[in-house]
Design a protein around this ligand. Structure first.
Ligand code: ATP
Ligand code: MG
Length: 200
């Protein structure tokens, strides 16, 4: 009898901060594709956010750990934050593949991120290393046209109109962020005074 290969979901993001949109995307794709685990990978220095201030990686990493701790199938990886230089997804997938040669990788993105995919570094290699699952996101049209059909799927998920940009703006303006992010993340933001002076 041949054993089924492990299926590892990969949820990449800046997670500044992590919110329920990220968690629902990971959970829905895990259920649809029968994933054994989803690893959340906070970026180091995101190559496409060089002109905007990003919260130090250690805060983003810890908030991601807090948000995912209660789910036995969710884990968090430091590969991107421990790698010097800008973060490119191709390096993420190379590192995870080296770490988990037993597993097929399923990279999870929202509709806005998948639209940029062909502009990512070494995009042809990305499709060799992982399957991509693009999920719906309010305010963005989901299209996978032009991407290799055998490696890219789309999946409709419950619409949560939440973005980290909006959570940061709310925290800066003293508005509530309860129920947009997990309770522990609300408390972490308050404890460390994150986003108080943020511009976005
Ligand atoms: P920012 O506003 O700072 O860009 P963000 O909310 O877009 O933050 P990211 O960390 O940039 O969060 O996104 C990580 C991944 O999660 C991306 O693939 C993005 O498309 C996806 N994503 C983020 N929010 C949602 C959401 N509400 N629904 C579905 N997918 C989402
Ligand atoms: Mg984003």
């Amino acid at each position: 009898m041949t054993q089924r290969r492990a299926r590892l979901g990969v949820m990449g993001g800046t997670f500044d901060p992590i919110h329920h949109g990220h968690l629902v995307a990971a959970s829905e794709v895990a259920a649809r594709f029968d994933l054994d685990e989803v690893v959340f990978v906070p970026t180091g220095a995101p190559s496409f956010k060089q002109d905007v201030p990003v919260t130090p990686a250690e805060h983003r990493y810890l908030m991601t750990v807090i948000a995912t701790a209660s789910n036995p199938r969710f884990t968090v990886s430091r590969v991107d934050i421990d790698r010097p230089g800008l973060t490119y997804t191709v390096d993420t997938l190379r590192d995870l593949a080296a770490d988990r040669p037993d597993a097929d990788l399923y990279f999870i993105t929202g509709a806005d991120a998948i639209a940029q995919l062909l502009s990512w570094k070494d995009s042809a290699e990305l499709f060799e290393r992982a399957r991509f699952v693009a999920v719906t996101r309010p305010g963005h049209t989901l299209s996978v046209a032009g991407l290799p059909a055998d490696r890219v799927s789309q999946w409709e998920i419950p619409a949560l109109a939440i973005s980290s940009t909006d959570v940061r703006a709310r925290a800066r303006d003293g508005k509530p962020v309860w129920y947009l992010v997990p309770d522990g993340v609300v408390q972490y933001i308050a404890k460390h005074g994150l986003y108080r002076g943020s511009q976005s």
